[in-house]
Write a protein that binds this ligand. Sequence first.
Ligand code: HEM
Ligand SMILES: *[C@@H]1O[C@H](CO)[C@@H](O)[C@H](O)[C@H]1NC(C)=O
Ligand SMILES: *[C@@H]1O[C@H](CO)[C@@H](O)[C@H](O)[C@H]1NC(C)=O
Ligand SMILES: *[C@@H]1O[C@H](CO)[C@@H](O)[C@H](O)[C@H]1NC(C)=O
Length: 329
Amino acid sequence: MSPVLSVLSLLFLLLQTAVAVELRPGYYAETCPGAEAVVREVMKKALIREPRSVASVMRFQFHDCLVNGCDGSLLLDDTPTMVGEKEALSNINSLRSFEVIDEAKDALEKACPGVVSCADVVIMAARDAVALTGGPNWEVKLGRMDSLTASQEDSNDIMPSPRANASFLIDLFARYGLSIQDLVALSGSHSIGQARCFSIMFRLYNQSGTGRPDPAINPGFRDELYKLCPQGGDENVTGNLDSTPRAFDNQYFKDLVAGRGFLNSDQTLFTYPRTKAYVRTFSQDQNEFFRAFVEGMIKMGDLVSDRPSEIRRNCRVVNGRPVDGLLDS
Ligand code: HEM
Ligand SMILES: *[C@@H]1O[C@H](CO)[C@@H](O)[C@H](O)[C@H]1NC(C)=O
Ligand SMILES: *[C@@H]1O[C@H](CO)[C@@H](O)[C@H](O)[C@H]1NC(C)=O
Ligand SMILES: *[C@@H]1O[C@H](CO)[C@@H](O)[C@H](O)[C@H]1NC(C)=O
């Protein structure tokens, strides 16, 4: 091995060891005691400014954590040498409210520069979105690091389509150690927020290539969706993911039982025998939904990255360009 190469591999090894993270509650208690309060304040303001924005931010946890772990990779903007995740299939024209994360990070950089990772901001903000809209509040584990890179390709490979059926979703979640109960409970995040007509056109007009609508849609609800999303109409128009889109509650599951789920990936959970019982239970017992949801969010938050990492100063760009180029190769 040439001296240059061995120095490089030593550097790589050091970076690798530096990222062995141990997540725990109160991680910033000494280094940035106000961190969680700062994020909560920013989320409160976002909720008042635009109620939907907190749902949009909450979604980041799912899209960040599934793709190479919860490492803030989702937040990186594209650069001339790196195609990031923001324009991946499930994210383009869909993920929104990144400015809320920027606002939280800016406030944190003022309070305690260089201490709190963007990956942790995503986790705190998701918890706050749920708590501020009437859902459970819980203690989050912190101590994640931010990635030096992002992968559009990995996001495309991993993130599920709104067309997905329950059996596909069960298998996908299982690959991340997430159970069937986790899948159903976490899908309950669609208790808040909206989706585009784009995500349901196939379901309304050509389910599985049949030229017919999804038979699982309640006929009255189907007529409402036809009005919202006419064939050939604007596919950027949005509809509510459940009938109480500003309240984090178990209405989402009641809607599924009534055949009033918005996405195919939602309604399918009440069609398949292996997920149906959970939907029914959560529709009847909100406390049980909240309990299972918190459990799922913590498990999803535990998906950490073992890749080289840092504490980013700006969530949209990595700190050190030269190191970035080295590690990409
Ligand atoms: C189970 C598989 C899932 C699928 C297939 C899925 C798919 C989708 C789709 C297609 C949209 C609307 C996108 C658009 O039309 O622009 C959406 C929105 C949303 N998703 Fe999921 N999702 C899943 C799980 C999750 C999970 C686990 C979470 C969070 C823990 C989550 C949180 C959200 C939120 C909050 C919104 C609304 C965002 C907004 O209003 O801006 N989803 N999801
Ligand atoms: C569920 O979706 C997968 C992947 O798209 C497909 O291969 C499978 O046939 C579907 N299952 C059923 C029962 O439709
Ligand atoms: C419905 O989907 C099938 C298969 O994807 C396709 O061959 C067919 O042309 C579509 N029909 C319409 C009316 O778009
Ligand atoms: C939706 O809006 C985006 C961004 O404004 C635009 O690029 C896209 O073409 C629109 N898509 C549709 C289907 O109208």
